[in-house]
Ligand binder design. Structure first.
Ligand SMILES: C[S@@+](CC[C@H](N)C(=O)[O-])C[C@H]1O[C@@H](n2cnc3c(N)ncnc32)[C@H](O)[C@@H]1O
Length: 237
């Protein structure tokens, strides 16, 4: 990939917030999921958690926008998801229209935070609400009771982004270097990435010019000649 493209990728990955995440509990309409993931990418979320039954899994060909830049972890049930998030020291906020919910703008998002969004029709489950640390609500003044889930996600996430910007949390790299390199390789060199995965080889480093910086034995194991290697290591992206 070109040096410019690599620099652009690094600028984005260097702002990733590893201690801010979203959990989608059975949010399943592709356009909603896609819109939430896109907002997650825009505010610098590295990983989205989902609680999906088999039938809600992504299908090949679904247009997911920014999905290639946002990692996903699926949990079999809400208990597992909550356990994982709390195990990482996160406060878990559930977006829920209840009398006990606090205004979403009154929360401190500079703390390690997971925000749970509920299913389009039924909202968050009782179990999720019981396990969460706090209910948060976006005040509603109109005739309709709730917002579209992706709109709700955008509002809450941009409040988190606002607070974290003020706190200077986008000014330092949080994502481990190996993960930055893996994402750059995966997206910058998709064909090499797939071949590398098929062969079970480690991902090679990418140098400052955006080139694959592998040694001769790696290329040999990939069964790629030095001539092909030169072309391949500069071509994609
Ligand atoms: C369309 S709403 C679900 C409405 C459902 N009847 C309920 O009572 O929860 C889908 C999701 O969007 C989010 N949401 C929508 N409007 C919201 C609001 N005003 N405050 C907080 N979350 C909201 C929540 O995550 C909710 O689970």
């Amino acid at each position: 990939m070109s040096p410019e493209r690599y620099q652009r990728i690094r600028q984005v990955l260097d702002k990733r917030q590893t201690d801010l995440t979203v959990c989608l509990e059975n949010v399943h309409k592709p356009h909603n999921v896609s819109a939430v993931v896109r907002t997650c990418d825009a505010v610098g979320i590295h990983r989205v958690h989902t609680v999906w039954e088999e039938k809600y899994q992504f299908r090949r060909g679904t247009a997911m926008g920014s999905q290639q830049w946002v990692r996903q972890t699926n949990h079999e049930n809400i208990g597992d998801a909550m356990g994982a998030l709390k195990g990482q020291g996160m406060q878990v906020l559930v977006t829920h229209l209840s009398d006990t919910a606090v205004d979403f703008r009154d929360v401190d998002y500079t703390k390690p935070t997971a925000i749970l969004f509920g299913q389009e029709k039924y909202g968050a489950t009782d179990e999720a609400i019981a396990l969460a640390d706090q209910d948060i609500v976006i005040p509603m003044m109109g005739m309709v009771q709730s917002l579209n889930v992706s709109v709700a996600a955008a509002l809450v996430l941009y409040e988190a982004q606002r607070q974290r910007t003020i706190a200077g949390m986008y000014n330092e790299q949080h994502l481990p270097e190996a993960e930055c390199q893996a994402l750059a390789f995966e997206n910058g060199y998709p064909r090499l990435f797939k071949l590398c995965q098929r062969k079970g080889l480690p991902f090679p480093p990418i140098n400052a010019l955006g080139e694959v910086d592998a040694n001769d034995s790696w290329w040999k194991e990939m069964q790629i000649t030095p001539l092909e290697a030169k072309a391949l290591s500069q071509q994609e992206g």
